[in-house]
Design a protein around this ligand. Structure first.
Ligand code: SF4
Length: 217
């Protein structure tokens, strides 16, 4: 078992690469869990997924994207009709505002397309760094570290960081992980967190990372 207490940055980087290799074999086809047919639809689905399960979002998006498949169509949508379509999603009122306004900004400022730059994405209502990184990684194949609740928990348990602030974690991980693995590694950790490294009852005895994890019980 490595001595995690005295681990150098280089050793941490190597351990991250080893863990990424193991998770890549365990979860070879990771992708976003949100159904979508375009970068625009992914952006809208990720906005809807805040404080809500992906499964719930996937239940409402077929009808939403059936009625409003593009930024142009959603930009002109009736508020009450959209709200009715996403009524079972948490904070549906605020999210209705956010997605219609986002669509309007895409039309007026970005030619109806989703921008790739982080700074541009962050100007859209309901879009924070987590959402922007998911879109950049999954829609455009760009490096992006998604720090959701699972990634936050796992990177702390795995000893990559000792911090709970998502933005600081993102920057700290960026210094340890190679940028070519950012998107996939984030998604693998989300899957592993859901399946094995549960918030309350991590299944350390079943975990393929237990030799590499300072929190292994
Ligand atoms: S060994 Fe335990 S704490 Fe560490 S990643 Fe696996 S399940 Fe989580």
């Amino acid at each position: 078992m490595p001595n995690f207490q005295s681990e150098t940055v280089e050793e941490k980087r190597n351990r991250a690469a080893t863990i990424y290799g193991l998770l890549s074999k365990e979860y070879p086809h990771v992708t976003t869990f949100l159904d979508h047919g375009s970068p625009f639809q992914l952006l809208i689905a990720v906005i809807l997924s805040a404080q809500c399960t992906d499964a719930r979002v996937n239940l409402v998006t077929p009808a939403l994207f059936g009625a409003f498949p593009t930024a142009e169509r959603l930009a002109e949508a009736d508020h009450d009709q959209v709200k009715g379509l996403i009524a079972s999603v948490n904070y549906c009122n605020a999210k209705t505002e956010h997605i219609i306004r986002t669509a309007q900004i895409l039309v007026t400022s970005f030619n109806g397309q989703v921008p790739v730059e982080m700074e541009s994405l962050l100007t859209l209502p309901g879009v924070g760094r987590k959402t922007a990184n998911v879109v950049r990684g999954q829609a455009f194949g760009l490096p992006g570290i998604t720090v959701d609740t699972h990634v936050n928990r796992l990177v702390n348990r795995l000893g990559f960081v000792n911090d709970r602030d998502p933005e600081r974690i993102e920057h700290q991980l960026g210094a340890i992980w190679q940028d070519s693995i950012w998107s996939d590694f984030s998604t693998q950790l989300i899957v592993h967190g859901r399946k094995i490294c549960d918030a309350r009852r991590p299944k350390c005895d079943e975990c393929l990372l237990n030799e590499l994890c300072p929190s292994a019980a």
